[in-house]
Design a protein around this ligand. Structure first.
Ligand code: ZN
Length: 183
């Protein structure tokens, strides 16, 4: 076993250069104990619409695994809807004592959220990962909004906004589950 491990490790590194279907990567990960293949394959499967799964993927994905991934995708879809459809504000946002035009801040933030961020989260071709939403918002211009108010929302989103974290938590849960199934 120890003699062939370097060969398997070499082969697994080399195979990564080929465009293998993620379902096939999972099949190989289970067959050859390639634990470092699991995360990338799961992330690609979750990011890919079910309608783009091929015959090859349905041949190599056992139904329990397919079910875990499909359930995670459904859960993520709901999380994306919840976040995109409700502009996020920290619980104490209405009580910012330093801001003299807070109503404008809220209006600018809300409009920008619906006109730009919601569309990027719901983009059917390349949906923005929810963890990247705070960085994307920071890069956007919010004309008329107090910079301190914008910073306070972004700090809260990065530290404590559950809606931003949920998608990644679901994905990591699937990776851990599959890891336990395979290894
Ligand atoms: Zn303000």
């Amino acid at each position: 076993m120890w003699d062939i491990l370097p060969g398997i490790n070499f082969a697994s590194r080399e195979l990564l250069h080929f465009d293998l279907h993620p379902a096939h990567c999972l099949y190989l990960a289970q067959k050859y104990d390639l634990s470092n293949w699991i995360e990338g394959a799961i992330r690609r499967l979750i990011a890919s619409p079910l309608e783009r799964y091929t015959n090859e993927s349905t041949d190599t994905l056992p139904f329990p695994l397919y079910q875990i991934i499909a359930t995670a995708k459904e859960s993520i879809t709901l999380d994306r809807m919840r976040l995109a459809n409700h502009p996020p504000f920290p619980p104490n946002f209405d009580g910012q004592p330093y801001c003299s035009h807070h109503e404008t801040c809220k209006r600018v933030w809300t409009e920008k959220w619906f006109y730009t961020m919601g569309r990027r989260i719901h983009n059917p071709a390349s949906p923005l990962p929810l963890l990247k939403v705070p960085d994307a918002l920071e890069a956007l211009d919010h004309p008329g909004m107090n910079q301190e108010c914008k910073s306070s929302i972004l700090t809260w989103m990065r530290q404590s906004c559950a809606g931003v974290q949920r998608e990644e938590i679901v994905i990591r849960g699937v990776i851990a589950t599959v890891h336990d199934m395979f290894m």
